[in-house]
Ligand binder design. Structure first.
Ligand code: TRP
Length: 333
């Protein structure tokens, strides 16, 4: 039986952090065993905010290196760069004829971007969901491992697919969001407010490129208090967060020991944070070092990109040719 198809796009801006690792990347790594995976760097999408052209190459190399360093295996998945596959913008053009202004304007991400960058409300921003649909439909994906913030885009992808199918005949399967149940855990930030983020809250977010000492510094600054005064008292949110972070990187015994200390009021948060900091360092260091080594090995990265491009285009060309025929763009016999 052939494996089911999975597509996901990785944003090429901002530093990857622990939340990205435990939210998205870990899912990718699990999926690479059981599914036919197409993972790509969404560099065209990043153009909506007019990034500095000189930054594109280092950004693309960095996300590729980071994802591979985390365990994504380019031998097993098709790992490519969006702009290397011209079939995607071609399908995007076709899908634009089935994307209506009204629905695009109502998209939450569009409204937010329009508010944030009122001087640059461009058509690319408006049709961001259409490009994302093209990314997904070009490989006829069944599943898309994305977080809650992308569910509306996925719903729109299903609408575009259905519209195409109704008008031109069955072509695209409906893609659905995919998650491994508990893996949609929220990774709390270190200051007790919200979650770790690519761009905000830098001092309370652990990035996969943070140096050992910076990791220690950030963890040691995490919010705590005097400690519980009565046995088995309820934990304040910011202490729950510390335990949640500890569960990600420390051994069960270590977590249990601090839980016991909490419950019998002997906990010393300084010690707990020192332990958490060391376990974080042990977790992040090899990823950071591998990323740095890969980032400098541009020859290997180029080889990986070229082989990904070839595999992605093979699949994309098939779908595109089918879509063109269905639409009647079929002039040579
Ligand atoms: N919009 C996604 C994000 O912001 C990135 C993305 C682009 C994507 N194209 C995609 C994700 C296709 C899944 C499938 O994270």
């Amino acid at each position: 039986m052939s494996k089911e198809i999975v597509v996901s796009g990785i944003r090429s801006t901002g530093n990857l952090h622990l939340g990205n690792y435990f939210g998205a990347i870990q899912n990718y790594i699990k999926m690479q065993e059981e599914y036919t995976c197409y993972f790509f760097v969404a560099d065209y999408h990043s153009l909506t905010t007019h990034p500095d052209p000189a930054q594109l190459r280092p950004n693309v190399f960095k996300v590729l290196a980071e994802n591979i360093a985390c365990g994504l295996d380019p031998e097993r998945v098709t790992l490519y760069v969006q702009s290397d596959v011209p079939e995607i913008p071609e399908l995007y053009l076709m899908l634009n004829m089935l994307s209506y202004k009204g629905e695009l304007e109502k998209t939450a991400s569009f409204k937010e971007k329009a508010r944030k960058q009122p001087d640059n409300v461009n058509a690319g921003l408006l049709t961001y969901p259409t490009l994302m649909a093209a990314d997904i439909l070009i490989h006829k994906a069944k599943y898309v491992p994305v977080g809650k913030d992308q569910e509306q885009h996925l719903e729109m992808t299903r609408n575009f697919a259905n519209r195409f199918n109704h008008r031109y005949g069955e072509t695209f399967p409906e893609p659905y969001p995919f998650n491994f149940g508990k893996s949609l855990v929220k990774i709390p930030s270190l200051d007790g407010t919200g979650k770790m983020s690519k761009s905000e809250n830098e001092h309370a977010t652990l990035y996969l490129c943070d140096e050992d000492d910076l990791i220690r510094k950030k963890v040691m600054k995490a919010k705590t208090d005097q400690g519980p005064t009565e046995p088995n008292s309820t934990m304040p949110d910011y202490i729950v967060n510390l335990f949640d972070l500890m569960k990600l990187v420390s051994s069960e015994e270590v977590v249990q020991q601090f839980l016991n200390n909490y419950n019998d009021c002997t906990i010393r948060y300084g010690d707990m944070k020192k332990q958490l900091a060391e376990d974080m360092v042990t977790f992040i260091r090899p990823i950071r070092e591998k990323t740095l080594a890969l980032q400098q090995d541009t020859a290997s990265l180029n080889r990986i990109m070229l082989s990904g491009r070839e595999k992605a285009r093979e699949s994309a060309a098939k779908t595109l040719s089918e879509a063109r025929k269905k639409m009647g763009i079929n002039f040579y016999t």
